[in-house]
Design a protein around this ligand. Structure first.
Ligand code: SF4
Length: 385
């Protein structure tokens, strides 16, 4: 097997790992078709700073000694496995980068010989790329379950981003998905180490003078958890370890795994979880602000901000000329920039008309049912059907 064959095998199932901006509903990343498998190494990805790059997402090895119930790489599953040595992969990636075929790298691995040994290989790969090949582009390194604290620090010195996948929101749920993973010791503790290093070590000691961002991923629907459980974990991580982003990967059954007959998760659930996590992170929503159903899930048919507004704001509309920013951004159609524009415009005149809001970048028709303009209900378009 040559390097290209090895790379094909190792990239072919990486659709389960997320980086960059979350996907839109119904565009859930699917694993490559056999034809695509023969051609595709890299994916277009948009980084959090808006930059678009061609990202190579790969494993260093698909050999794994663990047996997580949902995972295509689990021990004992019969498929063709492959492994790169660190110098072999670094050399190949340096060539792809020089040929402008890949502009960034997301490197993970199956576990072989324990977490610390596997982490050493990921770190060695990044060290060769940064040192021998003087590669200055984007590197996202996975922190392996069982990695040691000094390895986490070393990975942070080499990478633009590090990730530790929690997979499930708590110990009980993780036991249903991955019985040999330890939620606190192997997953949560390293996330805390990352934040400890980030807040105590001067920035110049990290790659390009910035501590890397941290992300995690959950298998949405894999452990029959509720949205409330997933978002409670997300809110805790946002606050306590300054998580850049939680990714939600809708569960999809894999053949020849214990979960092969478990029904897949509706991709819309993944989308609603992203919307709710943005409201928690960027809009200052609390968990109590989210419109959970009696089963502690988000409604699938409408976005969480709209659903909350239907529940609370129809009867108690927001006065556009008086509300503070926190209340303004709870109105559908008013985003962070729109709320700032309203606050600025209010300094010079009272806002009495939807057309004025439109000029400020507000989606006025969405906002209309939930606002007052100078004490009066805003006119609403009646729908024909
Ligand atoms: S440890 Fe990772 S690669 Fe191995 S079976 Fe579990 S999820 Fe899959």
């Amino acid at each position: 097997m040559d390097s290209a064959d090895t790379l094909r095998l190792l990239t072919s199932q990486m659709c389960f790992e997320a980086d960059g901006e979350p996907v839109q509903p119904h565009a859930t990343p699917s694993c490559f078709s056999p034809k695509e498998r023969d051609q595709t190494f890299v994916h277009p990805a948009q980084l959090p700073n808006g930059q678009r790059i061609m990202l190579l997402k790969t494993l260093l090895s698909s050999v794994c000694e663990r047996d997580c119930f949902y995972c295509p790489f689990r021990a004992g599953r019969d498929f063709r496995r492959a492994t790169f040595k660190p110098d072999e992969f670094a050399s190949l990636f340096a060539k792809l980068s020089a040929a402008k075929m890949a502009e960034g790298m997301f490197l993970s691995s199956g576990l072989a010989g324990g977490g610390a040994r596997t982490q050493d290989k990921l770190i060695a790969t990044a060290e060769i790329l940064r040192g021998k090949y003087q590669y200055r582009g984007y590197i996202h390194l996975k922190i392996m379950p069982g990695a040691e604290k000094d390895q986490v620090y070393r990975a942070m010195q080499l990478a633009d981003r590090v990730s530790i996948n929690l997979e499930a929101p708590n110990t009980e749920r993780l036991a249903r998905l991955a019985p040999r993973k330890m939620f606190f010791e192997e997953l949560l503790e390293p996330l805390k180490w990352v934040e400890e290093f980030r807040s105590t070590i001067p920035a110049y000691k990290f790659w390009k003078g910035h501590a890397p961002s941290t992300v995690t991923q959950f298998v949405a629907g894999g452990s029959d958890e509720s949205d409330l459980e997933l978002l409670t974990a997300t809110a805790w991580l946002n606050k306590n370890v300054r998580l850049k982003r939680a990714y939600f990967s809708a569960f999809n059954p894999i053949q020849d795994t214990p979960f092969e007959n478990k029904p897949p998760t509706d991709p819309m659930r993944e989308h609603r979880l992203y919307q709710a996590s943005f409201l928690l992170r960027d809009y200052g929503f609390d968990l109590e602000d989210l419109p959970f159903t009696h089963e502690s899930n988000l409604p699938l048919h409408t976005d969480p901000k709209q659903a909350r507004a239907q529940m609370y704001l129809r009867e108690q509309p927001i006065e556009i000329n008086k509300a503070d920013k926190r209340d303004l951004i709870r109105v559908p159609g008013i985003g962070l920039k729109g709320a700032d524009a309203i606050l600025r415009a209010r300094k010079t005149s009272r806002l009495r008309d939807l057309s004025v809001l439109r000029k400020l970048g507000i989606v006025a028709e969405r906002a209309a049912p939930f606002i007052l303009l100078d004490g009066r209900r805003a006119p609403q378009q009646t729908t024909l059907f």
